[in-house]
Write a new protein. Structure first.
Length: 733
């Protein structure tokens, strides 16, 4: 079989031979050596599938043909790789756990001699080389090696005056023109870039502000930049600068700092992508939305016009020129990497070496431009309705109760099936929804036309062409246009007749109210005509005449003035239906004063008003109380020999409601008045007739039940006394 200029030959018992047809003189690459292979096949992704007689099926990923993977299978001490660099002699250095460094030379692995350190957690975080010097940052401290002098020692630090200690927990290294800078997370030290003859040369503390440090870098102008948990800071000579206030994006954690050839700082953030910064301004921000693998950037490496960003989701290569990012290519498990969890990158003109948690991948620079984003094949494998069998293609118009769907689908990617993700929507005008499942269920969809659309991609790659499934759920009869039209017509008809009936009722109520108002007016006129009883007027005039004959001018003038006032009040209220309660009380007091004038000491009275009532702001119907007081005087107190007493109490009961109680200690009212039969009272007592009829008419206009009730105070005694209770309408302003 021939694929990609490679001829694949299966040799029974000797594995698979891969001959490069472009260089036939080069020895073939042998896969599955000494295996009993039977056949070989290439899929559309470029993966090679090899079947064996007795050991099943093997797959050689497409990237396995173009990338060299260094891991435990070919001699690496551990798959967890944290740091990379190349020495001047071309050997690739790989930093691992336990302070272990291995080098790769001529496809062979060697252990690099390191100073002894007893911690098993001694992770190598960074390796930098320049010329013959190599600096290694690890938890055990900073190691300085030189190929010529052979020095290989931990760097000691000057902590306090006359104090020397070994610095531990070194995380980062930055090269300056004559100095090397390193940190342990909280302090930055400087050390000569040239390996001194004296191996106990001390590093000096730069005394930067105390913050958690995640990255350091020395730019072309020899300014020290360092990223902290509270943002970007720098030091030039003896001046410290805090740049976190220049932009909110500079106030967060900065994991890595690099510099382009045109002196633009490249900042790798912990969640905000990559920032391009110069002269106090952010020139550009690159995120996932622009094609970046991940917004968390662990480390940045610049080589010529390429910026390599190490992320938990692979490596993003940003092609930078003329101050702009021209394009972004991603390296991940979909093309070259054994793992997307990337810690470091080393790039030169020949290769790109990537340190991952599954080993080191070495990719030729020439192969980088051959990366083509792979798009998985996508299929909708089945559509079930209401849990039944798959829906055939011919049936796309469904009943209203066939409205629960289950879609099964699959995106084919042989290398990493779990890295396929999907997005979908039910209608073309809806937003896309993401999922990693290969099954979607939609229950109780409403009637209408739907176009189920589906796409797949690998990680953050390109989306596949849209797969769609168009179907229609028919509405029930009550959802059809003719049913809705009929319902609207019926509803409008009901509304029309209801409104018509309502208007008729309103007119009838208005007419009824006008009729009641007319009756009330007529009764009020009759009541006003009987307000001044002739006997009462005659008695008052006799009393005043008595004072004149007795030459009691003061008393005569006083009562004559009050009598004129009473007459004037009668004339005033004769034009009103409601008067203020204050005027009503004044009228009653004036009336009772004249009755007392006639009775003398035989009559006493008092008027008690609820303190909650504002008598000046409360109105009451005219001539509703006086007739009952007159009855109490004439029919209750006059016939008895003892002193008569009348108590009038006025209470506020509810909104627009007053309770009036008139109590006397007279002989008592006739038993027939206690029956509370209004019709009988109206027929039997002409004196009460007009008041009771007015109250009955008021009750029709009031939301409350209005009444007049009679009862005896002492039913078993000779002088039974009478209590009249009235619930009358009122208005409160």
């Amino acid at each position: 079989m021939s694929t990609d200029s490679v001829l694949w030959i299966s040799a029974m018992g000797q594995g698979i031979y891969g001959f490069n047809l472009k260089t036939p003189e080069v020895k073939p690459v042998i896969y599955l050596k000494n295996k009993l292979t039977s056949s070989v096949l290439a899929d559309r992704e470029g993966n090679i599938w090899i079947s064996t007689v007795d050991e099943g099926l093997y797959m050689i990923p497409v990237w396995g043909k173009k990338v060299a993977i260094i891991n435990r299978e070919n001699g690496l001490s551990d798959n967890l790789c944290y740091a990379l660099s190349k020495r001047i002699d071309g050997e690739l250095l790989i930093g691992q756990k336990k302070g272990k460094i291995q080098s790769v030379s001529n496809e062979k692995l060697f252990d690099v001699k390191m100073p002894e350190y007893d911690s098993v957690y001694n992770i190598v975080h960074r390796i930098i080389s320049r010329g013959d010097d190599v600096w290694i940052a690890m938890d055990g401290g900073l190691v300085h090696q030189n190929l010529k002098t052979g020095c290989n020692h931990f760097v000691n630090c000057r902590d306090l005056p006359n104090s020397i200690k070994k610095m531990s927990g070194v995380k980062n290294i930055a090269l300056g023109e004559n100095q090397i800078y390193f940190d342990n997370g909280f302090a930055i030290m400087e050390y000569p870039a040239k390996c001194p003859a004296d191996s106990i040369y001390l590093a000096d503390n730069l005394n930067v502000k105390f913050n958690r440090i995640y990255s350091i870098y020395c730019d072309y102008s020899n300014r020290i930049w360092y990223g902290t948990i509270v943002g970007l800071q720098s030091k030039k000579d003896t001046i410290f600068s805090d740049h976190s206030e220049e932009n909110y994006l500079l106030a967060g954690r900065i994991n890595s700092i690099a510099e382009t050839e045109d002196s633009v700082l490249v900042l790798g953030t912990h969640g905000h992508g990559i920032l391009f910064y110069k002269n106090g301004k952010i020139l550009k921000r690159v995120t996932i939305a622009d094609g970046l693998c991940d917004d968390i950037c662990r480390r940045l490496v610049v080589h010529k016009n390429c910026i390599y960003a190490c992320t938990p989701s692979g490596v993003s290569v940003l092609f930078y020129s003329n101050g702009k990012v021209q394009k972004i290519q991603n390296i991940n498990t979909g093309n070259f990497l054994p793992s997307n969890d990337v810690n470091d990158v080393f790039a030169d003109d020949m290769d790109i070496s990537v340190a991952t948690m599954e080993g080191v991948a070495i990719i030729a620079q020439s192969d980088l431009n051959s990366i083509e984003p792979f798009v998985p094949l996508l299929y909708i494998t089945g559509v079930r309705v209401n849990g039944d069998i798959n829906l055939p293609e011919s049936k796309r118009i469904l009943r209203y109760d066939e409205n629960s769907f289950r879609f099964n689908f699959i995106g084919i990617y042989f290398q990493k099936p779990d890295e396929v993700n999907y997005r979908y929507r039910l209608k073309s005008d809806q937003a896309w929804q993401s999922t990693e499942n290969t099954t979607l269920e939609f229950s109780f969809l409403t009637s209408g036309t739907y176009n189920f659309q589906l796409q797949a991609r690998i990680l953050t790659g390109e989306w596949s062409p849209v797969r769609s499934f168009l179907f229609t759920i028919s509405p029930p009869f009550w959802g059809t246009w003719w049913f809705r039209l009929s319902t609207i017509i019926i509803f409008l008809s009901i509304v029309y007749f209801a409104v018509k009936r309502r208007l008729k009722n309103v007119r009838e109520r208005i007419e009824e109210k006008a009729k009641i108002e007319k009756q009330i007016t007529e009764l009020e006129q009759q009541a006003l005509q009987t307000m001044m009883d002739p006997h009462f007027i005659f008695n008052v005039m006799n009393s005043i005449q008595h004072f004149i004959n007795a030459n009691d001018k003061e008393a005569a003038n006083h009562y004559l003035t009050d009598f004129a006032k009473l007459i004037r009040m009668n004339l005033t209220i004769s034009y009103k239906r409601f008067i203020p309660l204050e005027e009503e009380i004044s009228y009653l007091e004036l009336y009772l004063s004249f009755e007392k004038l006639r009775f003398g000491d035989k009559l006493t009275y008092e008027i008690v008003v609820d303190p909650a009532i504002d008598v000046s702001e409360t109105t009451i119907a005219v001539m509703m109380i006086q007739p009952f007081i007159e009855n109490a005087v004439w029919h209750g107190i006059l016939p008895m020999k003892e002193v008569g007493h009348i108590i009038i109490q006025i209470h506020k009961m509810a909104d627009k409601l007053l309770k009036i109680t008139i109590e006397d200690n007279g002989i008592g009212i006739n038993e027939k008045f206690i029956l509370n039969d209004y019709q009988m009272l109206i027929k039997e007592s002409h004196a009460l007739s007009m008041t009771l009829q007015r109250l009955k008419l008021f009750a029709k206009l009031s939301p409350h039940e209005l009444y007049i009730r009679f009862r005896h105070v002492h039913p078993k005694q000779e002088y039974k006394g009478t209590i009249v209770e009235m619930l009358l309408p009122a208005m409160f302003y």
